[in-house]
Design a binder for this molecule. Structure first.
Ligand code: SF4
Length: 911
């Protein structure tokens, strides 16, 4: 049979029918690493719930995890290899890639090629990619999108502890007295951990939660206190805390003396940070600071939970270190309920760190610039060469592609056109790169537009291997479906290319063999030097690997069942075995506001979306919560710019421009704004926030400063706005995109919908609709003032709907869902459509609960009728009773809308 096949004939193939009817796997999204139970019936994945016995989530799932099965269809799947847009066989594709890489290396040297990989890869994929680049090509030029996520945390752990080891567990979050959540909107980014914290606080009301963030996020719903500090000033906050601990008997001098080095120099640097100095620098109230400092000082246990708000900074390593300094100094370290806890954003960022996925690491936590480690890894691999110096980190890698120093790049499972800062520069680099190879599961995205070679990789549900979550727990990601089309697992693609390049050492038949070799490397001549030791797993048979239960490393003779608590003996992995303090001088962001770019631009995730939306963007349930890349803006700034909700703004930075809708939001600080990271050219013509950031990085970690940009905001108007519902063909979509000056795609239950805007009004809207849609049927229109309402019916069923106006037409999504689902519309409904008036029953407002499709207006009504707790709302409307992701928003709405209790006057004073 030919290797080539028609994609149109493909359906989703699934595992053999003799496989179990329940497969335990791991969620595809964030670093919490929740276990999922996938029900398989009649050879298909039919149900998915949180695994009750997985220690990360104990049955919980957030809204993204709950909707995993709504993202697995074959739409936009890459199923056959392509070279220059032509479908080819796998052997043609692998031979071509191998030959091109070999030729370029021969002609220009090993550093003329690079891999840019991803926290979406499984550990086995990552391991082989790293082995190929560092042990066989001999270059350090492999880096990962995890560079953008937590490389500052890695560098700080490595500097302080001698090894990149996270010293906390999720249970510490529940067992602590004080939790500082800094640079993290955990309620949206790590919802299951947030739910665990929320529950722990209910059980132990004495537990305190402090949020340290420039925004008052959904996470603040469980906070006792918010330090709404100036963006980028976190290191001063923690230097101030260290100084306060010193001044208020908050040091653990015994711990400092026995287990650490460098305290005095560090304290000297922190001494200038009095409470008043911190308050002025961070622009916060000194009394509020004192309250938090006192809490930390007096609490026996404290955890600092930090994420990208700390890491994505031009001084991110020092910010992480300033947190670690406070924990070492107070002895709140390596004990129950204590420690500096970096939470990763991606499903397997941690696995990548373990196998050497970063350009400045070797493998198995060995150092790339250590000759002993180089020799050890090369001897273990029996490889022809070994990388002896750091390769280029993500931002620098694309700089070198732009200059032509790197001539071939293989991008795996990531979308750098959307996620790396300075999109225009990345586009220019990709455009002129001699060879761009992309392995991905999707056919089209912003990066694939530049691919010379497309290699179809398996996505979640078809992938099989291991991932490590934020608490060092390795879990199996088991496939519940066979690869669709000709897709291969990433480790297989890398193996095949390596073999085609004529390299030995890639003779793997099964994914368990890759894991076995990686585990053996972790223990190879380890002698207790490195905590990353999986010797206890290094002899697993394929069957034992298949059955592997979640386990925290190290796993060795000492800890055969894994190890939750590390560094409890105070022995670290540094040369002296002591943890290292490091003095921190707070630095402000490099991207500064000025007269030309007066607003600080923050960025981050929305509750129901993930990365560049290639998966979550497929699920209408997930698109309903936030259907646009809103720019969130303080009311005073909105006032100055004369904009209100849903008006449009042009956002200009020195690197590029975006255009988007406004959400007026008093949870921002004045002068600052926030935009989500997810939208890209597949979903919006002008919605990519990374275009607005300069490629400035932390000098140690190379992590980009993607939280503090500088932008100009100006009100943007178009002459005409058209809302088009249900486009079904690629040509319709292309027509619309080509003719509009601005467009935005929404995934709905009835198909794709578009918002389009025009600088020049369309003269005949009905004709434009007919032309762009190409549909035949019964076309009806109603025009009033500058508004047009257009429907197309086929045998009484609505197949197309468009509203045009000189302002954005407002239509209730639930009403549209209803009218598109009706097989034959009544005349009265058609009349309503032509008048654009939805029945009151569909007038629900913005969707808050995605699981049960409950809108804001319905919730507010229930609150005013007496549902003044999240539980009561759940009883009445079901909202918040499934995945729980909306609970912080429900609590916020209760605070906003509950009627103030009427004061009861019991003591009337008679004058
Ligand atoms: Fe997946 Fe949500 Fe769990 Fe993260 S918190 S792993 S997105 S279910």
């Amino acid at each position: 049979m030919s290797e080539l096949m028609s994609t149109s004939s493909l359906s989703l193939p699934v595992s053999q029918t003799d496989e179990p009817s329940l497969i335990q796997s791991t969620c595809a999204y964030c670093g919490v690493g929740c276990g999922v139970d996938i029900g398989v019936a009649d050879g298909k994945a039919t149900s998915l719930i949180g695994s009750a016995d997985h220690p990360a989530n104990y049955g919980r799932l957030c809204v993204k995890g709950s909707n995993l099965l709504n993202t697995i269809d074959l739409t936009n799947r890459l199923l056959v290899p392509e070279i220059a847009g032509e479908q080819v066989s796998w052997s043609q594709a692998t031979d071509y890639v191998a030959q091109q890489f070999n030729d370029i290396i021969k002609k220009h040297g090993k550093n003329a090629v690079a891999f840019y990989v991803s926290g979406q890869l499984l550990t086995e994929d990552y391991y082989l990619a790293n082995k190929l680049m560092k042990g066989y090509i001999g270059s350090g030029n492999i880096d990962t999108n995890s560079r953008l996520c937590m490389s500052s945390a890695v560098s700080a752990y490595k500097r302080a502890f001698g090894e990149d080891v996270v010293p906390c567990t999720y249970q510490d979050l529940e067992q602590t007295d004080l939790l500082l959540l800094t640079g993290s909107n955990a309620a949206w980014t790590h919802p299951v951990l947030y739910q665990r914290i929320e529950r722990a606080k209910k059980i132990n009301p004495a537990m305190k939660v402090v949020v340290i963030d420039p925004r008052k996020t959904a996470t603040c719903e469980i906070a006792d206190s918010l330090i709404q500090l100036k963006p980028g000033t976190d290191a001063a906050f923690f230097n101030g805390l260290l100084n306060y601990l010193n001044d208020h008997d908050g040091l653990d001098t015994d711990y400092i003396t026995k287990f650490t080095e460098g305290f005095q120099q560090t304290l000297k640097e922190a001494k200038s940070w009095s409470v008043d100095a911190v308050a002025e620098y961070c622009q916060v109230n000194s009394q509020e600071l004192v309250v938090v400092y006192q809490l930390f000082c007096q609490s026996k246990k404290a955890v600092t939970f930090y994420s990208m708000g700390i890491n994505q900074s031009s001084s991110g390593v020092d910010k992480c270190q300033s947190i670690i300094n406070c924990h070492l100094a107070s002895g709140k370290m390596a004990k129950v309920g204590c420690g500096p806890f970096s939470i990763t954003g991606q499903p397997n960022a941690m696995g990548g760190r373990e196998v050497g996925g970063l350009a400045n690491q070797l493998a198995a936590h060995m150092d790339i610039d250590n000759p002993l480690h180089q020799e050890k890894v090369q001897r273990f691999w029996q490889s022809p060469t070994i990388a002896t110096e750091q390769g280029t980190k993500a931002v620098e890698m694309f700089d070198k592609i732009a200059t032509g120093e790197i001539k071939a790049v293989w991008i795996m499972a990531t979308n750098p056109m959307v996620s790396l800062p300075d999109r225009a520069k990345i586009a220019a680099a990709m455009k002129q790169c001699q060879l761009v190879v992309v392995s991905d599961c999707v056919e089209e995205n912003d990066t694939l537009a530049f691919a010379d070679v497309k290699l179809p990789a398996t996505p979640w549900l078809e992938k099989n291997g291991t991932v490590t979550n934020s608490e060092r727990r390795i879990s199996r990601q088991r496939n519940a479906a066979m690869p669709a089309g000709l897709a291969k697992h990433d480790w297989q693609i890398i193996r095949d290319v390596a073999q085609a390049m004529d390299f030995d050492g890639f003779d793997f038949e099964d994914v368990s063999d890759v894991f076995k070799e990686y585990s053996q490397l972790t223990s190879f001549e380890n002698n207790g030097e490195r905590l990353l030791d999986l010797s206890g797993l290094s002899q697993l048979t394929a069957q034992q690997y298949q059955q592997l239960a979640p386990i925290q490393w190290p796993v060795n003779n000492e800890f055969p069942q894994g190890c939750a608590r590390v560094y409890a003996d105070g022995k670290f992995n540094t040369d002296s075995s002591k943890a290292q303090f490091y003095p921190v001088t707070p630095q402000l962001p490099i991207q500064r506001t000025d007269a030309e770019y007066p607003f600080v631009l923050n960025s981050g995730r929305m509750r129901d979306q993930w990365h560049t939306m290639t998966r979550t963007g497929k699920a209408s349930k997930l698109s309903a919560h936030t259907d646009k890349p809103y720019l969130y803006l303080h009311p005073s700034d909105a006032n100055k710019l004369s904009v209100q909700d849903d008006d449009m703004l042009s956002i200009t930075a020195s690197t590029g421009q975006a255009i988007t809708h406004v959400k007026v939001d008093n949870k921002q600080r004045a002068g600052e704004c926030f935009m989500p990271i997810h939208w890209n050219k597949s979903f919006a013509s002008h919605g990519n926030v990374s275009a607005l950031y300069q490629g400035v990085v932390d000098p140690i970690s190379g992590q980009a400063e993607c939280k503090q940009g500088a932008v100009q905001l100006t009100k943007k108007s178009f002459k005409q706005y058209v809302s088009v519902h249900r486009l079904t063909s690629e040509s319709e979509v292309n027509e619309l995109k080509a003719s509009a000056d601005f467009w935005l795609k929404n995934t709905t239950a009835y198909g794709e919908a578009y918002q389009a805007a025009f600088d020049e009004p369309i003269v005949d809207v009905m004709f434009w609709c007919q032309q762009t849609s190409g549909l035949s049927g019964e076309w009806l229109t109603f025009q009033q003032d500058q508004q047009s309402y257009i429907v197309c019916l086929q045998a009484g069923k609505l197949c197309y709907l468009a509203y045009s106006s000189n302002a954005w037409p407002k239509i209730e999504p639930s009403w549209l869902e209803h009218v598109f689902s009706v097989s034959s519309l009544e005349f009265a409904t058609v009349q309503s459509l032509l008048l654009g008036i939805a029945s009151e029953e569909f007038n629900q407002g913005k969707q808050v609960c995605s699981c049960f499709a409950v809108g804001e207006k319905t919730i507010n009504q229930a609150i005013t009728q007496g549902c003044t707790s999240v539980e009561k709302l759940g009883e009445k409307l079901q909202c918040g009773t499934k995945c729980g992701s909306c609970k912080p928003e429900l609590a916020s709405l209760i605070n906003q809308y509950k009627t103030a209790p009427i004061a009861v006057i019991t003591d009337l004073a008679v004058g």
